[in-house]
Design a protein around this ligand. Structure first.
Ligand code: NAD
Ligand code: DAU
Length: 351
């Protein structure tokens, strides 16, 4: 039975991928490694069927723990690694970068090293997929797109730590011939996203008639992709991506933040009928320092080489997403723990 090690699977994209992968490959098994930070939610796993759970082993540990990670390679015959585990929120990285350096850089190094030691001499058929981000490319002006050849130019401690990890992954390919691939994806939306991120934060605040904070002038642009489309792209890269390559993944779906927030308000009005959810809740607040103005991905390489393309229409995907959060208010409440409330208070008090 083919076995993959997937890290960060209790978080947003990791959990969506876990569900997708176990459903898509009924003959495969996943070892999940996640130390359940504030962003990881163990309860998510109850959404897996009994059969899926029988092919899933969960280990609550840190990817930056070399003893543990090496022992996993001794215990299991691991065919592939997909590394989702990371500190991922830009505003938190601005408050305190230290956890970003440890998990995103050191943690990736520990995984690479353990895989190198275990796979040495039998690399054939193995693959290490580093899930990276378009933020490593920095910011675009009003035109143009990020290609795989765009120079790295990160601006936040988060994106700098992801860029550092990408370089480490590349170095393991160049130096040791490790079978690595890197993906760089644009902003994801969908179920199970932690409500510190824009879309679930707006939904949660609107439901409680709380202010909807827009950083700066709200004209920053993000390229939104439905999370399941990202999972399909990752699957394609894990199966058929060429080692040593980078693949950009994007939705070809650019929205200014303010326009997206207005759309969310109108869907919420429509779905709830609540007249208090309206545009008077919008508040323009102090901008994020170093805020990237525009991200837009050119994903023609993965489209051409691996025949992937986004299939979820945004109008449909965003309504499905809003509906999911409306049907999972208990999930939202549960993940908005004391720790999250502290971060929220600290991040927005000063704005
Ligand atoms: P998330 O914050 O929702 O989840 C991160 C997960 O990693 C959590 O379950 C957390 O517990 C786990 N984790 C953190 N530190 C760990 C450690 N030291 N050891 C083990 N587990 C640890 O993140 P996400 O939005 O699902 O992002 C997943 C990956 O995709 C990240 O690498 C991120 O950089 C990348 N990415 C995200 C987006 C996006 O829009 N969310 C877009 C492109 C790329
Ligand atoms: O592009 C991929 C990246 O997308 C991932 O690598 C990151 O892990 C992920 O967090 C996301 O980064 P962003 O910074 O783009 O996402 P966020 O949801 O934090 O913000 C989206 C946009 O909305 C951004 O321009 C900042 C703005 N924003 C965000 C928040 C939380 C607001 O205007 N108000 C807010 O309260």
């Amino acid at each position: 039975m083919k076995t993959i090690l997937a890290t960060g699977i209790a978080g947003f994209i990791g959990f969506n991928f876990l569900k997708y992968y176990l459903r898509t490959y009924p003959e495969r098994r996943v070892i999940g490694l996640d130390n359940l930070t504030y962003a990881g939610n163990y309860d998510n796993f109850s959404a897996l069927s009994g059969e899926e759970q029988s092919r899933f082993t969960f280990i609550k540990r840190d990817i930056a723990d070399p003893v543990l990670v090496n022992s996993l390679f001794e215990e299991y015959d691991i065919d592939g690694i997909i590394n989702f585990a990371a500190e991922t929120h830009v505003d938190r990285s601005i408050q305190d970068p230290s956890a970003f350096l440890k998990t995103n850089i050191l943690g990736t190094g520990v995984l690479l090293d353990a895989a190198k030691n275990s796979w040495s001499g039998k690399e054939s058929g193995k693959k290490f997929l580093q899930v990276s981000t378009d933020e490593v490319y920095g910011s675009l002006g009003t035109t143009g797109y990020f290609t795989e050849d765009t120079p790295l130019d990160p601006h936040s401690p988060y994106s700098a730590s992801k860029a550092a990890a990408d370089l480490l992954v590349k170095a393991y390919y160049d130096t040791y011939g490790m079978p690595v691939v890197i993906t760089r994806c644009s902003n994801n939306y969908g179920p199970y996203q932690f409500p510190e991120k824009l879309i679930p934060l707006i939904i949660q605040n609107a439901l409680h008639h709380q202010p909807l904070p827009i950083y700066g002038d709200g004209m920053q642009v993000r390229d939104w992709l439905y999370v399941e489309d990202h999972c399909q792209a990752l699957d394609a890269v894990l199966e058929a991506g060429r080692v040593g390559e980078v693949y950009n993944i994007g939705g070809n779906n650019e929205w200014e933040n303010i326009r997206l927030i207005r759309l969310l308000i109108s869907i919420l009005q429509d779905e709830t009928g609540d007249p208090q959810i309206n545009e008077t809740l919008i508040r323009f607040v102090r901008d994020r320092p170093g805020h990237d103005r525009r991200y837009a991905i050119d994903s023609s390489k993965i489209q051409k080489d691996l025949h992937w393309r986004p299939t979820t229409d945004f109008t449909k995907g965003i309504r499905t997403t809003v509906t999911w959060y409306l049907e999972h208010t208990e999930w939202l409440k549960k993940v908005s723990s004391g720790e999250y409330l502290r971060f929220y208070e600290e991040n927005y008090r000063k704005r």
